[in-house]
Design a protein around this ligand. Structure first.
Ligand code: ZN
Length: 243
């Protein structure tokens, strides 16, 4: 199946992009066309591609549905795929309607810090919380739900907002020998970014595939998220960089 690629010649065990390595290792420009071939120790994480976060949903991310075909196409390059769902109780602590006088997109202080207040969204078991109907990931192995504790939000697929309560995803990935994760989905500046940064903290090599994400961009949150991700060693790539 696999041709005698530069990757196999190099016998690299990592999924690092050859296009990036070309310069970094002095291999020269001949290597620049190299693409990333996700190894068996890599996983694609598809964050919150749910009805709630696309047009017609309760908390739509601009052009959110555009990630669907990109992610469907990416999926064929991965042996391991994990899908997440934002999965809130009715009356959840992240909902503006839970606080008299508060409006969506304002903030409030909760026991674990500042919380952006959102419109009611992704309530457990509703059609709004279902995965987007066009998302075709038949080989995905795990769906992990987050944000299901009534008093705590969870942007990250790894840790809830108190930065203590684990979702179990790190244990799952580590037990399966996953070392590298490629994060996609919605929204770039919230659940994708927090997932990517927590993955770094937990020792994974992390890529965010930018064109497989869309952002909310609330008060400059997108630029801030990219800056914070870069500072933590998250690599920003495009779907065309994946072989
Ligand atoms: Zn949520």
């Amino acid at each position: 199946m696999q041709s005698l690629s530069r990757r196999s010649v190099l016998k690299s065990s990592s999924t690092v992009a050859l296009c990036a390595l070309g310069v970094a290792t002095g291999l020269g420009s001949a290597w620049a066309a190299g693409k990333i071939k996700p190894a068996g120790s890599a996983a694609l994480i598809v964050v919150d591609v749910q009805n709630c976060f696309v047009e017609g949903g309760t908390l739509p991310v601009g052009k959110g549905a555009q990630v669907v075909p990109v992610i469907n196409k990416l999926a064929s390059a991965f042996e391991n795929i994990v899908v997440t769902q934002d999965w809130h109780t009715p009356g959840h602590a992240s909902f503006a309607t839970s606080y008299p006088g508060k409006k969506p997109f304002e903030t409030t202080k909760l026991s674990y810090g500042n919380q952006v207040l959102w419109p009611d969204h992704c309530v457990q078991g509703t059609d709004d919380a279902a995965l987007h109907k066009d998302l075709k990931l038949p080989t995905a192995q795990l769906i992990i739900r987050k944000g299901f504790h009534k008093d705590m939000d969870s942007y990250s697929a790894f840790e809830e907002a108190n930065h203590k309560t684990a979702t179990g995803l790190a244990g799952y990935l580590k037990q399966r020998g996953i070392k590298t994760v490629f994060v996609t989905g919605l929204a770039t500046d919230f659940c994708v970014a927090w997932t990517a940064m927590d993955a770094r903290k937990l020792g994974f090599e992390v890529y965010v595939i930018e064109d497989a994400t869309r952002a909310i961009d609330l008060n400059g949150s997108l630029a801030a998220a990219w800056q914070q991700m870069a500072a933590k060693g998250v690599k920003r790539i495009q779907s065309a960089d994946i072989a």
